[in-house]
Design a protein around this ligand. Structure first.
Ligand code: COA
Length: 622
């Protein structure tokens, strides 16, 4: 990211507040977004409900006024509504359903010591990065791409190593520690056991050799079968209500309370994973391993999913980071991960591991009092995680025919182009378009998170229909015109969303403030169209990286796809996910359709931009 000067450092940012968009603009856009996705009859009812809501003196007017007041009184009027709706109220298990992961390049560890060296450098890198955050020394991110040049809100970085998501019946709670400058402890997971890794020795940061020595001791301690505790971490992979219930029982015992406190207050987890078979080391398998750990029989219990950052170092070189999503976005995760990988690469290849060992304290093993009731909870969690593991259908592929450079040469936005290709791929598979989510960064605003770009535009529908109709087949000129319109519509929507004029946050705000005011739920929010328009069968996100690694996540609905993409100059990396239990989806089928769609659009652009044969050559004999 480009650098800004120190005057615009993290703490001194004066960013504008997220605006409340005009009511009629949002309602009008909403109708345009859904009209072509529902039948005409249903749309008539939807329009009537929306018109009633937006009528002068109607509920919308009052709620809009209340939102304006909320905007004045808060730093960010939508933040807590959005956080609850997007994450905390979701009762599904965190792995696959909510927590994304970054997959690092496959490491070639010669032996266990190599893996521990890698883990040591991650730990040192985290401490260095955390110190930069604490001392306000992180360079401010600046927007690139659409509307480039604006500084971005840096709040999310502060939450990387200070957050913990507590499971609570009904709705979780996200706790963020403030004033926690300085190095603290981390938790190392090994063979489903948890150990405290202090990072200071006699008030000084431990050296690489000292950290290495502690990790080595932890590995040996974890081997000891007599001290092995049951796989408590499995509980955190369960549904949030199930985990909340188990935690209530767990916390009653002071031994467990102490162990929980140590995990909750740690900077992060470092998970030393068991090696996986060579068959489990493809990009798709590594992505799946990061998302769910392979279930109880592999590394699924070697995790603590409530903690925001879990660095995974697998002994066979499968490495990455899995994160609890509620405190920050993937882009912040990428920045941190890139720093760490560069930190590791820049470090001396042969780190000294010679340390006396005698002066170092023995790492503390977390102990647990496991009642039969808690053992029962653990036993129930294992098959539920197993089902999630079996259910995930992950397909990571590199589309290598072209990348951003080709698209830019067509004078089109690469992101909009890829989104239109995703629509074409979906249409090829299903002959319809569906509500689509694309995350749009709101970090141009104070405490900004994201809003949604609804990519299934009516212009995209017109284009994909033209591309797939046989009789009569559309001409290239018609297809090209529709492609241009679809890309323009997508680009316009993107610009609206990143400047605070998206509709999803606004509609959510209107609904939530009506609840706060104890008003009857307005009809337009009970309407089947509103409900179905929030079932994102296609959940997409651009997560670009500048070093070799990629982001992945799962679908957000049972019959949906997750599609994360990483556009590079000459290729695009896609991570497509779906659930095997759904007969509507198949990641391989969707991926094939996507590759076909991208090739067809490229061919269309090439044909359209091909100069016509010059008259001199027309019909001329060789
Ligand atoms: N002709 C030529 N080049 C163009 C162009 C055109 N018509 N339109 C855009 N470009 C260029 C841009 O200048 C930019 O150039 P760069 O590579 O030198 O920076 C590049 O193409 C990319 O721009 P574009 O594809 O339009 O998109 P973007 O980078 O602005 O991304 C979003 C759009 C929506 C993805 C972005 O605004 C965003 O919000 N990102 C965050 C997503 C997020 O939060 N993900 C994580 C969720 S957990």
């Amino acid at each position: 990211m480009p650098i800004l000067s120190k005057e615009t450092s993290m703490d001194k940012q004066e960013l504008p507040k997220v605006p409340v968009p005009p009511l009629d603009q949002t309602l009008d856009t909403y109708l345009k977004c859904v009209q072509h996705l529902v039948c005409a009859d249903q749309f008539r009812k939807t329009k009537a409900a929306v018109d009633k809501f937006g009528a002068p003196g109607g509920a919308g007017e009052l709620l809009q006024e209340k939102l304006q007041e909320r905007k004045e009184k808060t730093e960010n009027w939508v933040y807590s509504y959005w956080l609850e709706d997007m994450y905390l109220n979701n009762r599904l298990a965190l792995p696959v359903n909510s927590s994304p992961a970054m997959v690092f390049p496959k490491q070639n560890f010669r032996d266990q010591r190599d893996a521990l060296r890698f883990a040591t450098r991650i730990i040192r890198g985290v401490l260095d990065y955390k110190a930069r955050i604490d001392t306000d020394d992180l360079r401010v991110d600046v927007a690139r791409g659409q509307l480039a040049g604006t500084p971005m809100c840096m709040q999310q970085y502060r939450r990387l190593f200070t957050s913990y998501r507590y499971p609570v019946q009904g709705s979780d709670s996200l706790s963020v520690k403030v004033d926690c400058a300085g190095p603290e402890h981390m938790i190392v997971a090994c063979k489903n056991q948890f150990f405290v890794l202090e990072t200071l020795l006699n008030d000084e940061l431990m050296t690489d050799a000292e950290i290495f020595s502690q990790l080595d001791k932890i590995m040996k301690m974890a081997e000891n079968p007599t001290e092995r505790a049951p796989p408590v971490g499995l509980l955190t992979s369960d549904g949030r209500n199930e985990w909340a219930q188990a935690r209530e029982a767990l916390v009653k015992d002071p031994v467990n309370r102490t162990s929980l406190d140590l995990i909750e207050s740690s900077l992060c987890l470092v998970c030393l994973d068991e090696p996986c078979s060579p068959l489990d080391q493809s990009d798709s398998s590594r992505a799946a391993m990061m998302l769910h750990g392979g279930g109880a029989e592999k590394n699924g219990a070697n995790r603590w999913y409530d903690k925001s950052m879990q660095f995974v170092v697998g002994l066979s070189g499968v490495c990455g980071v899995v994160c609890e999503h509620s405190p920050f976005e993937g882009i912040v995760l990428v920045q941190c991960s890139e720093f760490l990988l560069e930190y590791i690469i820049s470090s001396p290849s042969k780190m000294s591991t010679v340390v006396s060992g005698k002066s170092l304290p023995v790492p503390k093993r977390l102990t647990w009092k496991i009642s039969p009731q808690i053992q029962g909870f653990i036993s129930d969690s294992a098959p539920r995680l197993h089902r999630l593991v079996k259910n995930l259908d992950m397909d990571v592929f590199k589309f290598s025919s072209y990348g951003k450079d080709f698209i830019k040469k067509q004078k089109m936005s690469p992101d909009a182009y890829i989104q239109v290709a995703l629509q074409l791929a979906f249409y090829k598979c299903n002959r319809r378009l569906v509500p689509t989510y694309e995350s749009a960064s709101m970090r141009r605003f104070r405490e900004g998170r994201v809003d949604n770009i609804r990519s299934a535009t009516r212009q995209a529908l017109a284009f994909v229909q033209a591309m797939t109709q046989d009789k009569p087949a559309a001409s290239d000129a018609e297809k090209m015109e529709k492609l241009n319109k679809a890309i323009c519509a997508q680009t316009e929507y993107t610009r609206a969303a990143i400047t605070g004029n998206g509709i999803d946050n606004h509609l959510l705000g209107l609904l939530r403030i009506s609840r706060d005011l104890k008003m009857e739920k307005p009809d337009m929010f009970c309407d089947p169209t509103y409900l179905s328009s929030n079932q994102f069968i296609l959940s997409t996100s651009q997560v670009p990286t500048t070093v070799e690694m990629f982001c992945c996540y799962g679908p957000v609905v049972p019959n949906g796809y997750g599609a994360c993409y990483n556009p590079q100059a000459d290729h695009i990396l896609f991570c497509v996910s779906s659930f095997r239990e759904s007969t509507d989806t198949s990641s391989a089928v969707f991926s094939n359709a996507l590759q076909e769609a991208l090739s067809q659009i490229r061919d269309l652009c090439k044909r359209a931009h091909k100069p016509p044969p010059s008259p001199a050559h027309k019909g001329s004999k060789p």
